[in-house]
Design a protein around this ligand. Structure first.
Ligand SMILES: Cc1ncc(COP(=O)(O)O)c(C=O)c1O
Length: 337
């Protein structure tokens, strides 16, 4: 396996506030004795553009601009953090944005959807039972817009494809510097996985930049097989498209893909009381805010696995805080008030 050095990043826009801090938890008391949890604060990549998506979109939008596109089309849930980041970046870069969102138009917009609306994105609502058609709909929309003289660029859910994959490959170089500075050699990096792009980027980046750690992703939407297939396919496309950017002999397909199941709870986007209790506890003890859709579930999963599971006995673990704050507000009713 190739070590660091020879990787060459493709064109990238500078959109995120980087580097984000890496800090160890100081007061949160539910960790097993002898273990430390470090937070990589990617919720601080921006304010309105906070979270993991912007790291991927730096590469995705550079590609869209290189292709001369003036319109972005993307998809996701009503409270998609990725859709919100796309809407705001579109406004910032002077591009039209069309979002195909799963669900019905609510009477009052909240959380990410409110920001999509404020940023001027055109929103196409697609009911849950028809959502399997979203890529076809995006293709039809793209054709329509092209006929009207626009030049659209399609971004798949979560910008998780062979282009967006670079986001967390590049973040791994930042992590390498963080670890050096903090003088820590983490046993594992943990993140939430929803569309697989953050996980895939970290897996590849861990190998490319010689981080020498393990990457474990906590599933918040699909099962282990889904992420294995998705990441395997994205790695294939990535390797083919960017062969001249990767070190010779580097084979991402040989890398372990660890997806931890069991923490989805009642379903994607819906969480049970322990997740909300944890969100409150971390806010009170450390001033860190998680969300109930991604980071809250992933953090809870990490804790459980540290006590009795795949992360048991580990000393230093890095949790990637991937953002998601705006998704907290539409679920305000779940907190005891
Ligand atoms: C806040 C947050 N955390 C984690 C994830 C998961 O990242 P990925 O889609 O790259 O798997 C997402 C998006 O899906 C997200 O919005």
């Amino acid at each position: 396996m190739a070590g660091g050095g020879a990787v060459r990043l493709p064109p990238r826009l500078s959109l995120a506030r980087l580097p984000t801090p890496l800090r160890a938890l100081e007061r949160f008391s539910a960790l097993p004795a002898g273990s430390r949890v470090w937070i990589k604060h990617d919720e601080l990549t921006g304010t309105e553009l906070s979270g993991n998506k912007i790291r991927k979109l730096e590469f995705t939008l550079a590609e869209a601009q290189q292709q001369g596109c003036d319109t972005l089309i993307s998809c996701g849930g009503l409270q998609s953090n990725h859709a919100r980041a796309t809407a705001i970046l579109g406004a910032r870069l002077g591009m039209d944005v069309h979002l195909i969102l799963r669900g019905e138009r609510p009477d009052t917009p909240d959380g990410n959807l409110l920001l999509d609306h404020l940023a001027g994105a055109t929103i196409h609502y697609l009911p849950q039972h028809e959502y399997h058609r979203h890529e076809q709909l995006a293709a039809d929309l793209s054709e329509d817009l092209s006929k009207r003289g626009q030049s659209p660029f399609f971004i798949p859910i979560g910008a998780s494809d062979e282009i967006g994959l670079w986001g967390y490959v590049a973040a791994s170089a930042e992590l390498r510097d963080d670890f050096r500075e903090a003088n820590v050699r983490p046993d594992a990096i943990v993140c939430a996985t929803g569309s697989g792009g953050t996980q895939a980027g970290l897996i590849a980046g861990n190998a490319l930049y010689g981080l020498g750690t393990q990457v474990h992703a906590i599933a918040v939407s699909d099962d282990e097989a889904y992420f294995r297939n998705k990441i395997t396919r994205d790695f294939q496309r990535w390797q083919k498209r960017y062969a001249d950017h990767l070190p010779e002999g580097f084979d991402p397909q040989a890398l372990p893909i660890s997806t931890i199941e069991g923490y989805i709870g009642p379903g994607y986007g819906r969480a049970e009381a322990p997740v909300f209790e944890l969100i409150r506890e971390l806010a009170r003890s450390e001033g860190i805010l998680l969300d109930p859709v991604y980071t809250g579930k992933a953090f809870l999963g990490m804790l459980e696995e540290m006590h009795r599971g795949k992360l048991q006995g580990m000393q230093d673990i890095v949790f990637i805080h991937t953002g998601g704050l705006f998704g907290l507000f539409p679920q305000r009713g779940q907190f005891n008030w």
